[in-house]
Design a protein. Structure first.
Length: 343
């Protein structure tokens, strides 16, 4: 199981930087994550007297949170559960659990600028003993991740009713039973409107003579579309004040010294992250005409100028050829709309 203490501590550090008042309640979790012996796995069911679980806080446009009835406990809770051997991260656990229990695929979900991929809430709650399963009383340290729907309205759910789930409902923030989750949602209510916002920013950079600058990505684990040509840019980080700030920071990290002229929003779209989530992306257009070889490339393999007629010979990220050809044909030019939701 890859969910080691070393892998989980940065998530807790990020969370406590935002919620230092929660530190006393997380004493047991912090003790668990301080054990680097390799003999205890924080997210394993057998780790006692407490272990890590994960939940998905899915918010719709009406500021309601998806809840399901759990057959075993009789409680109405957010989707969630235990990690499995194949889970690469706690975020992946939350995505898998909401899919299994409600039928919502990862492609219908996106993260939020408010929390990104850090836990929105970490709740500690007691679990009663279950002698029939050989489980003593213990605690769950429940990492809850925040998602928005990509749909304008909640889709029809395919509930896991025969096994674990007895029904589903969408509850307003004020009716959520979990005190820790309810308090955080209400505190951030103005920011959590359920509408997807850009999480990534990309640069459609042209030279004014029909050529476009493309970036060849590394063949490394964890890279989106490794080994493909893509636009410069990347993902939002907590300190970024909007998508343009994300883009300028990314350019400074990838190709310091590249300062495009005429930078403006061109199109909003969705990409798919390695874990299957939808990622709202704002594409900016800009102009620059120096030789690609003059750039101080810090990430990736190379950057090169290409004309639209070259694209069929390249391995590109999904949708990139169409984007470039639309721009080259003179269509668009103003901020567009995502195919499933405004972002």
């Amino acid at each position: 199981m890859p969910l080691s203490p070393a892998a989980l501590r940065p998530l807790v550090d990020t969370y406590l930087a935002r919620h230092p008042e929660d530190r006393p309640a997380l004493t047991g979790l912090l003790a668990l994550l301080s054990d680097d012996s390799g003999e205890r796995f924080p997210a394993a069911r057998t780790t006692l007297p407490g272990h890590v679980t994960c939940g998905a806080v899915v918010i719709d446009r009406a500021r309601r949170v998806l809840h399901i009835g759990h057959r075993s406990s009789g409680l109405t809770l957010t989707p969630g559960g235990h990690a499995e051997e194949a889970d690469a991260s706690l975020l992946a656990v939350a995505v898998r659990e909401v899919g299994e229990e409600t039928g919502l695929p990862a492609s219908r979900l996106c993260l939020t600028p408010y929390a990104l991929d850090a836990p929105f809430d970490i709740d500690v709650h007691a679990i009663d003993a279950r002698p029939e399963k050989g489980e003593p009383a213990h605690e769950h340290y429940d990492f809850r991740f925040l998602f928005y729907l990509t749909d304008d309205a909640p889709p029809v759910l395919a509930l896991q009713e025969e096994e674990e789930v007895t029904g589903a409902t969408w509850l307003p923030f004020t009716e959520i039973r979990s005190t820790t989750l309810r308090a955080k949602l209400l505190a951030a209510e103005r920011e959590l409107d359920g509408t997807p916002q850009p999480l990534n920013a990309s640069l459609l950079l042209h030279d004014g003579h029909g050529r476009y600058l493309l970036h060849l990505r590394d063949m490394r684990e964890g890279i989106w579309e490794p080994g493909a040509f893509a636009l410069l840019g990347g993902g939002r980080e907590p300190g970024d004040d909007g998508p343009e700030a994300t883009l300028r920071r990314e350019l400074g990290e990838e190709v310091p010294g590249l300062v495009p002229t005429g930078l403006s929003p061109y199109e909003d779209q969705y990409e798919t992250s390695p874990d299957g989530l939808s990622v709202p992306v704002r594409v900016y257009e800009g102009r620059w005409s120096d030789p690609a070889e003059s750039l101080d490339l810090r990430e990736g393999v190379l950057v090169h100028w290409f004309a639209p007629e070259d694209l069929d010979r390249l391995r590109l990220t999904p949708g990139l050829a169409g984007l470039i050809r639309r721009h080259a044909a003179g269509r668009g030019g103003a901020t567009g709309r995502c195919t499933r939701a405004r972002c």
